[in-house]
Design a protein around this ligand. Structure first.
Ligand code: MN
Ligand code: MN
Length: 317
């Protein structure tokens, strides 16, 4: 029996500014059963330390994603030729309780992963990476990590709180969720509280790539190195904080830092994940109240599409 694969609704069938407000105008689904991959919104921003607003990220990313077409003209990827993909909607987080929200996200992702479906997450602030990684590690064991961000997000606490958007990867290390010798943090920069702020992740075995060390350079060679380090078998999670890119391109975010990666470098990172055993990915920290043009959300939507394009099983023409 041949499977009928979901296709994004085309602009010639329904104007792009009309029709369903799902990611890429894909069908929405109530369950992950039968899906190879799914877009999921996690509209949580109670972990932010500065400008809030990422709770509106999933909705705005979906709105801007209406412009996306199915084929990747640069890489030849044709994700909807081989994968069954749908939009699973949003996790019904509790905006008054971080603890309850984390449990809700974990339970949602446990179910998605149990169905053999790869989650592609529309954030939400970066706190959401922790409950997602808990679920992912429960299914796949400690994962390799490609983490794009201006910030290492390895604080021990923020204002006395162990769970916040600047702490998820510290907690992930403590909980044994990561294969620390296969963790790459790319785009780090900005001011810190202490000169050795980036030493803690290095001591865990992470490889750090500060933005200024790769200014003006193609990141394709770096991604060759990442693939050599991680290999094609080990499960990998990709966590992409939009503030890894320069605020000139992605200013619609809560904690912008100047001197960031370019859009082309961001695309090279995601496209460079082809050949890795990606088991999940997220795009976090898009804050629509600071994104008057919609450009940051548009970029986020495109990066999520590029993540779909590099999942195992996607054919390139
Ligand atoms: Mn972050
Ligand atoms: Mn950040």
């Amino acid at each position: 029996m041949t499977r009928r694969l979901n296709q994004p609704l085309g602009g010639n069938e329904m104007p792009r500014f009309a029709g369903p407000a799902t990611m890429m105008r894909l069908p929405s689904a109530a369950s992950a059963a039968g899906l190879d991959a799914a877009f999921i919104g996690v509209p949580l921003d109670i972990g932010t330390s500065n400008r809030a607003g990422a709770r509106f990220g999933p909705r705005q990313i979906r709105a801007e994603s209406a412009l996306l077409r199915p084929y990747n003209m640069a890489t030849g990827a044709a994700p909807f030729d081989t994968l069954q993909v749908a939009d699973l909607g949003d996790v019904a987080i509790n905006p008054y309780s971080m603890a309850k929200s984390l449990a809700l996200v974990e339970a949602f992702y446990d179910e998605v992963l149990a169905a053999g479906c790869t989650p592609l997450t529309l954030g939400g602030d970066h706190t959401i990476a922790l409950p997602i990684l808990r679920a992912v590690a429960r299914r796949h064991g400690p994962v390799a990590l490609v983490h794009v961000d201006a910030h290492a997000d390895v604080n021990d606490s923020m204002a006395g709180e162990a769970i916040a958007h600047g702490t998820p990867f510290r907690r992930a290390v403590e909980e044994g969720l990561l294969a620390c010798d296969k963790v790459w943090q790319i785009g780090l920069r900005g001011t810190g509280y202490a000169a050795d702020d980036f030493d803690w992740p290095r001591r865990q075995g992470f490889t750090l790539v500060p933005a200024h060390e790769v200014w003006w350079r193609s990141l394709a060679p770096l991604m060759d190195e990442v693939r050599r380090c991680i290999g094609g078998e080990h499960p990998v999670y990709l966590s992409f904080d939009i503030d890894g890119l320069d605020p000139a391109f992605a200013g619609g975010t809560g904690t912008p830092e100047v001197g960031g990666l370019s859009v082309a470098q961001g695309l090279e990172i995601v496209r460079g994940c082809r050949g890795l055993n990606l088991v999940g990915a997220d795009l976090v920290e898009v804050a629509p109240p600071y994104d008057a043009s919609g450009n940051t959300a548009l970029l986020g939507a495109n990066l999520l599409y590029e993540m779909l394009c590099v999942l195992p099983g996607v054919a390139c023409r």
